[in-house]
Ligand binder design. Structure first.
Ligand SMILES: Cc1cc2nc3c(=O)[nH]c(=O)nc-3n(C[C@H](O)[C@H](O)[C@H](O)COP(=O)(O)OP(=O)(O)OC[C@H]3O[C@@H](n4cnc5c(N)ncnc54)[C@H](O)[C@@H]3O)c2cc1C
Length: 316
């Protein structure tokens, strides 16, 4: 019975990497397909909206909490099947990457050091060092809450783009949930795989803050778009090597605004990486929202650039 698993007034801040936010009115952990479907039935019967939380590493939760049922995806199995990994959506992305490395499979080294789950990574097409989930996902088992059924999506059906997928179309209240993911990798050389993943992890440790955060706050900018706003800035991005491929980091732009170290309440723009807002101890969601608005306004006023959030808001 799902009813016995549904808890009330559960603090969500400890379930996020930001350590910010109020409680869930209702909260349930789902480990099986049956529990997931039953949780949605319960929400429908009780007229409560459903929100999904996985690793909590890309979300900002409202200080007032979330007024509805928060479903935490907890199917976390990972199976190696030849060159494929069969992952529950609740499996850690890092656990999947480590499993691939142990099986001498190449293609997920970039994911070492990225917190969160495989499902969350599929939804946001997580990536680093020029690679992303879109290059590794073969199929996704999806629960469609409106149709009350599970469907298999191909890589193409996921409509991956930079930090985007078809699953982001739902906005706020969720109706399509990623339940299981088949990741297709290649056989690799054990020493080369280890060397690459060690390199990525070391770079991350050297460049990212240790304080609680939700990773990069803003999406990187297309240099072509930046050029339309500020030709000189776009040229500078290319000349200094800050612009790689077709994009330049939002952190570079925030640094150019001179905002590293700027703080509102307990929220502060990281000194190590300007696209990270860190929680210095007692940050509230309101502090973070105010700091995000300030950065966006500065970017608009000084460079005519409209920054777009990569993090997701829950309960706003
Ligand atoms: C220190 C740090 C470093 C980071 N580095 C990177 C990086 O290099 N590259 C990168 O891309 N990201 C990075 N991130 C951001 C984050 O780790 C990823 O976006 C991660 O994939 C989010 O997964 P999650 O399970 O934590 O999702 P959550 O934060 O729990 O959820 C994010 C969104 O996805 C939805 N969601 C989650 N699971 C599902 C599901 N199964 N079905 C449907 N919707 C779902 C949620 O409702 C929410 O809207 C970093 C974060 C931190 C804190």
């Amino acid at each position: 019975m799902i009813q016995s698993k549904i808890k009330q007034n559960i603090p969500l801040a400890p379930l996020t990497t930001f350590k910010i936010g109020g409680p869930a009115k209702y909260f349930v952990e789902t480990e099986t397909k049956g529990e997931l479907a039953a949780a949605f039935d319960w929400a429908r019967e009780n007229k409560e909206p459903v929100f999904v939380l996985a690793g909590g590493s890309n979300v900002l939760i409202n200080d007032k909490g979330v007024d509805g049922l928060v479903v935490k995806i907890c199917n976390s199995g990972i199976k190696v099947m030849g060159q494929r990994l069969d992952c529950g959506a609740g499996a850690g992305l890092m656990a999947a990457a480590r499993t691939a490395i142990s099986a001498n499979l190449t293609g997920l080294e970039w994911a070492i050091g990225i917190p969160g789950t495989v499902g969350g990574a599929v939804r946001g097409n997580a990536g680093a060092y020029g690679k992303s989930m879109s290059g590794a996902v073969e199929t996704v088992t999806v629960f469609d809450a409106k149709k009350k059924n599970f469907f298999i999506f191909s890589n193409k059906d996921c409509r991956f783009d930079y930090k985007e997928s078809v699953f982001k179309g739902d906005n706020g209240e969720q109706s399509r949930l990623i339940w299981q993911v088949i990741i297709k990798l290649e056989n690799g050389n054990a020493a080369e795989i280890k060397e690459l993943s060690d390199k990525y992890l070391k770079y991350r440790q050297q460049t990212q803050p240790k304080l609680p955060s939700a990773g990069c706050v803003f999406k990187n900018l297309l240099i072509a778009n930046l050029r339309e706003c500020d030709e000189n800035l776009a040229n500078e991005a290319i000349e200094t090597g800050a612009g790689k491929d077709d994009k330049v980091g939002a952190g570079w732009l925030i640094d150019k605004l001179g905002l590293k170290g700027k703080a509102i309440g307990g929220a502060k723009i990281s000194l190590e990486h300007a696209n990270f807002i860190v929680n210095t101890g007692k940050a509230t969601a309101e502090d973070v929202v105010a700091l995000i608005s300030f950065i966006k306004q500065q970017a608009r006023d000084k460079f005519g650039v409209q920054l777009r959030e990569e993090i997701e808001y829950l309960g706003f």
